[in-house]
Design a protein around this ligand. Structure first.
Ligand SMILES: Nc1nc2c(c(=O)[nH]1)N[C@H]1C(S)=C(S)[C@@H](COP(=O)(O)O)O[C@H]1N2
Ligand SMILES: [Mo]
Length: 438
């Protein structure tokens, strides 16, 4: 294996090979959410021929020529398919980060198989719900240790469609480039989440007057494997925490939460950067100072407090924590690049806006010179993305772009391009697709 570098000819998942070579167990965990049985551990390295054939779906006639530890291309490609996920584009394999192409986000409720994955660390080994406990402590009257059964029996269980978007969604379009996962459009989803209200649990614990901020902790492990380090621990101001639409969720789309989306228990704090929605949730602590956990400080999920020029170095003290996400929309039908012989097509998608609702949705077929109103649905509940649709009739054959622009109830619209910021957050520029009319 040492002199064989399959990464050379695999652009999409070069790290996959290295990952299984360096740390087969970690690789199993990161990719499949668990370590394989001992006889399959680091399944690619140890895989018997039978296992490998089963995974590629047929016999491998020249298997004798495969170097030991070899990863068949078919598997590398399939890893776009993390178990239980379908059609996602893998941006990174350690930690696993995968986004959903816009045309696969067409459903009003994002199927679990299409909900994006944004991991900062190594997913926990044990996600069994039975002995999971959530600690609620810090500046509360009564610190609590709650099992999932306690949550279900002591608090009202509610179900809501809630939009989660990564603060870095759209980062790929910054110029000069911003470092981090190069999310295009699909680090967003609106699954149906079932759980109890965060506010109800905090009220039961008794929020002390001095509390200003929450701190969220999860069971995932730092990439270094160092148990003293946390991959991510963020929080929100107590006023946001008390919003009745934040959930401590134990179900996604009527079933247990997907392992990569935080099973068996996660926070859903919609409207704010996805990073506020701690997965594999084990503890919520209340504090009298702003939280300073990993990914709360420096340039993480923070933006300059003033416009800066592209490439400018910004002092750490000039950064502010991102709160509500900006107004945004997606065209989920048709898929960009579509060719049609019909002059008239249906266009549709979703729109959402931090803590606000969408008031107006418009589309353009002439590069933004003129706009027409789309038909816009009300949200099924606050923080659910809203569906919109429009019928567009093209005047003649040719190449067109359809652009979409949402405006929220504060009158704020999506821009054509957004101001550059060092970490490439908050890109809410308009989504556009190309259409060829024959
Ligand atoms: N414990 C834990 N929670 C986490 C993360 C993480 O790495 N670990 N990533 C956060 C980030 S940055 C985002 S955008 C959302 C993504 O949620 P999803 O992976 O279910 O789509 O989870 C958040 N919660
Ligand atoms: Mo994120």
């Amino acid at each position: 294996m040492a002199d064989h570098d399959p990464g050379r000819d695999v652009k999409e998942t070069p790290r996959l090979f290295k990952m299984f070579k360096d740390d087969p167990e970690g690789a199993d965990k990161a990719l499949f959410g668990r370590v394989a049985h001992a006889d399959r551990r680091g399944f690619l390295r140890g895989a018997g021929l039978a296992t490998m054939s089963a995974m590629v779906g047929m016999a491998i006639p020249f298997h004798r020529n495969m170097p030991s530890g070899f990863v068949p291309m078919a598997l590398a490609e399939k890893l776009g398919a993390v178990e239980g996920k379908d059609g996602l584009t893998v941006l990174n394999d350690r930690p696993v980060n995968a986004e959903t192409p816009p045309h696969l986000l067409d459903d009003a409720v994002t199927p679990t198989a299409r909900h994006f994955i944004r991991n900062n660390g190594i997913v926990p080994d044990d996600m069994s719900p039975d002995n999971w406990t959530l600690a609620v402590d810090g500046l509360v009257d009564t610190p609590m240790q709650l099992s999932i059964a306690d949550l279900k029996s002591q608090f009202e269980v509610v179900t809501e469609n809630l939009t989660i978007e990564c603060g870095g969604n759209g980062r790929a379009f910054f110029d000069p480039p911003a470092s981090g996962n190069q999310w295009t459009y699909g680090a967003v989803g609106c699954s149906q989440w079932t759980g109890v209200r965060l506010a109800d649990v905090l009220k039961a614990a008794g929020v002390k007057d001095s509390v200003v901020y929450t701190a969220h902790y999860g069971a995932d492990m730092h990439l270094s494997g160092d148990p003293e380090k946390l991959p991510i621990s963020r929080g929100v101001p107590i006023a946001k925490a008390m919003n009745p639409h934040n959930l401590i969720a134990f179900e996604q789309n009527g079933a247990p939460i997907h392992p990569m989306n935080g099973a068996p228990l996660r926070l859903v704090v919609p409207g704010w950067p996805g990073s506020c929605s701690q997965k594999w949730l084990t503890r919520i602590q209340l504090r009298d100072v702003v939280h300073d956990g990993p990914k709360m400080t420096g340039s993480s999920y923070r933006v300059p407090n003033r416009p800066v020029s592209p490439g400018e170095d910004v002092a750490k003290e000039d950064f502010v924590i991102i709160e509500a996400m900006p107004v945004k929309s997606l065209i989920t039908f048709p898929e960009t690049g579509v060719s049609t012989s019909d002059r008239t097509i249906q266009v549709r998608g979703h729109a959402w806006s931090g803590d606000e609702t969408i008031a107006k949705m418009e589309v353009s077929m002439d590069f933004g010179a003129t706009w027409m109103d789309a038909d816009l649905d009300a949200p099924v509940n606050p923080y659910a993305w809203q569906q919109w649709r429009a019928e567009i009739t093209f005047p003649q054959a040719g190449y067109y772009e359809v652009w979409a622009r949402a405006t929220n109830d504060k009158g704020v619209s999506q821009p054509h391009a957004i101001a550059w910021n060092p970490k490439g957050y908050l890109n809410n520029s308009m989504h556009r697709i190309s259409v060829r009319v024959a």
